[in-house]
Design a protein. Structure first.
Length: 296
């Protein structure tokens, strides 16, 4: 039982890494990015090319890809999202859905259907573990992923609350018209926020690549776990995403203990329970699921 609880915490750390970028983009831009999973997979392929094909060490490859994905996010907002946002609530969702389909098929054409992994880039660390009392072993990579998720969420929260850029991002997300009157370049600020959201996907891609193999169409599964974690935790603080990720992971772990097929089913049940609680009898919309408890 102790081993299962520890593994649930570590799995929750992975889900938190997946969900942070999705939650950040909604909380500061009110856009549900359905291409979030596809961009994680794209970042993973970028890391694979840099590491396996070009021989770049993984830490340096991560830094390079963070810069690349930030630029991609900046351009994405300038070219697509800024225009889509002016067409109502549904158009940005449809736009990101279309982008996800394009990216999935493009990655399939370029990289093929073979699964990739980043584990060979870290050598023995891929299977190294810590031994805890009671003859319990936990993977070092899982611990590092949990640590990375906590550090990333803490850094983003500090940035939003303590820096000038963070204050501009919050002002832009709350009232663009008023922010513009205060001299804030809302378009540029929103583009930077999108870049930051996509840059966090590099950390998620690293976690995915070190935990398991992935293929070009695996983005939808990552998006599903991220979305469920965000809905369960709610928006208000990125720390709520960590809580939601932990609840999802614990639900899945308890379900797996009851029945081998209960892993995914119990996670979905936890998600549905959160849906009913958050809607509270109101009319259904994707944004109403996430917006309850939004940043004041």
């Amino acid at each position: 039982m102790t081993s299962q609880l520890i593994n649930a915490v570590l799995l929750g750390g992975y889900y938190a890494v997946l969900a942070t970028g999705l939650a950040f983009m909604f909380s500061v831009m009110n856009i549900i990015n359905l291409a979030h999973g596809a961009f994680i997979i794209l970042a993973g392929f970028g890391l694979f090319v840099l590491g396996s094909d070009l021989g770049v060490p993984l830490p340096l490859a991560i830094v390079i890809m963070i810069g690349v994905m930030f630029v991609v996010g900046f351009i994405l907002h300038r070219v697509v999202l800024s225009r889509a946002s002016g067409g109502g609530e549904l158009l940005p969702i449809l736009a990101t859905f279309g982008i996800a389909i394009i990216l999935d098929n493009l990655m399939f054409q370029v990289f093929g259907a073979d699964s990739k992994s980043l584990a060979p880039m870290v050598g023995d660390l891929a299977w190294a573990s810590y031994e805890l009392p009671g003859f319990i072993f936990i993977g070092k990579i899982s611990v590092y992923i949990l640590t990375a998720g906590i550090v990333m969420i803490g850094a983003l929260e500090w940035m939003l609350r303590r820096t000038t850029l963070g204050h501009r991002i919050q002002a832009t997300s709350q009232d663009r018209a008023t922010a513009s009157l205060l001299g804030i370049d809302t378009g540029r600020t929103a583009a930077i926020a999108t870049g930051i959201a996509l840059a966090t996907g590099v950390v998620a891609a690293t976690a995915l690549g070190l935990r398991s193999a992935w293929g070009p169409y695996d983005g939808s599964a990552q998006l599903l776990f991220a979305f469920e974690a965000v809905v369960i935790g709610g928006i208000g603080s990125l720390w709520r995403v960590l809580i939601g990720a932990m609840i999802l992971a614990f639900a899945q772990s308890m379900g797996a203990m009851i029945h081998p097929q209960g892993f995914l089913i119990s996670g979905h049940l936890a998600f549905l329970a959160a849906v009913f609680v958050r809607l509270g009898g109101r009319s259904f919309s994707l944004k109403s699921l996430l917006a309850k408890g939004a940043r004041a």
